[in-house]
Design a protein. Structure first.
Length: 82
């Protein structure tokens, strides 16, 4: 399995240019809400930490997509033909 993963590592469809690490999401959320990062990442607080980070990532990605220019070609053009 590890060999197969290494073989596919260089493939362009395996990389997401908008990937965000959890700590970066937590930091951005803390800055946005004017609180300490510790408060955002506190697992003792209300709700699930995973859900809070997922919601934060979704918000950040939607803002990034608004900022990025529209693609020159429709996404269907990028798909490989069988």
């Amino acid at each position: 399995r590890e060999e197969a993963q290494k073989a596919q590592a260089g493939s362009s469809h395996n990389w997401n240019p908008l990937f965000m690490r959890a700590d970066a999401v937590g930091e951005a959320m803390a800055e946005r809400y004017g609180v300490d990062k510790r408060q955002v990442l506190d697992s003792e607080g209300g709700g699930s930490l995973a859900v809070r980070l997922a919601q934060g990532e979704t918000h950040l990605l939607s803002r990034a997509r608004e900022w990025l220019p529209p693609p020159a070609l429709p996404p269907r053009r990028y798909r490989a033909r069988p």
